[in-house]
Design a protein around this ligand. Structure first.
Ligand code: CA
Length: 226
């Protein structure tokens, strides 16, 4: 591994992937190649690269879906999109995925390297995720602070993660099992009652805003539609 850090290249065209690997390696980056979207997403989660060079047109999951999945998990790793189509650029930027830059094919190796370098310089390998909000509730993933109408609310680590899981999917119902695996990191063995108890505590701490977390009978929980 190089001291400049690992760049994950997700690209299904072997010739382009090899070229990217060659030039980034020459620049002193470690490079890991993934050939499709699902493999790339798994690699991003496992390897925690300093940046991702992400082709848009990919098998299994396209590049924007990979990026969205990472953002939903609170991962704001710098992403340099690569697309073969000029007209796709507006769509990508419009998705507000925090795409740090993009390259259109064909590009020169020098362009690739300078864009990766620029993205890393700008973000220093790190982008602050935008806060999650629900009515008067504001949750800052970076500082792990929660406020209601600007007033700080003290949540435990578990309560914070639980609230974040719900706020990441506005209006969507999350089952108790989903919340257990997302927040506690294991399956239902622990008992879904645990989820109910913690949701109750979060609601209580949020005061009147706690009503914005709805119980969906027989299923789980959801935030009120924004
Ligand atoms: Ca492609």
């Amino acid at each position: 591994m190089s001291d400049k850090g690992l760049v994950l290249v997700i690209e299904d065209e072997p010739a382009i992937a090899e070229l990217q690997r060659m030039y980034l390696t020459r620049e002193g980056y470690g490079v890991h190649l993934a050939r499709d979207g699902a493999e790339g997403l798994a690699a991003a989660r496992r390897l925690k690269p300093v940046a991702i060079v992400l082709d848009v047109g990919l098998p299994t999951m396209d590049g924007t879906e990979v990026c969205k999945a990472l953002r939903d998990e609170g991962d704001w790793v710098p992403v340099l999109f690569v697309t073969a189509r000029d007209d796709e650029v507006d769509r990508i930027l419009g998705l507000e995925l925090g795409a740090d830059d993009y390259l259109t094919k064909p590009f020169s190796p020098r362009e690739l390297v300078s864009r990766v370098r620029a993205v890393l310089r700008r973000t220093q390998g790190h982008v602050a995720p935008p806060p999650l909000t629900l009515g008067p509730v504001r949750l800052d993933l970076e500082t792990r602070e929660v406020t209601v109408d600007g007033e700080p609310v003290q949540l435990t680590v578990t309560e914070f993660d639980l609230l974040a899981a719900l706020l990441r999917k506005p209006g969507r119902v999350l089952s108790r099992d989903q919340l257990l695996s997302q927040v506690w990191g294991y399956e239902a063995a622990a008992g879904t009652r645990t989820v109910d108890v913690h949701v109750g505590q979060v609601r209580q701490k949020l005061g009147a805003a706690g009503d914005l977390i709805r119980t969906v009978r027989g299923v789980g929980y959801a935030t009120s539609k924004p």
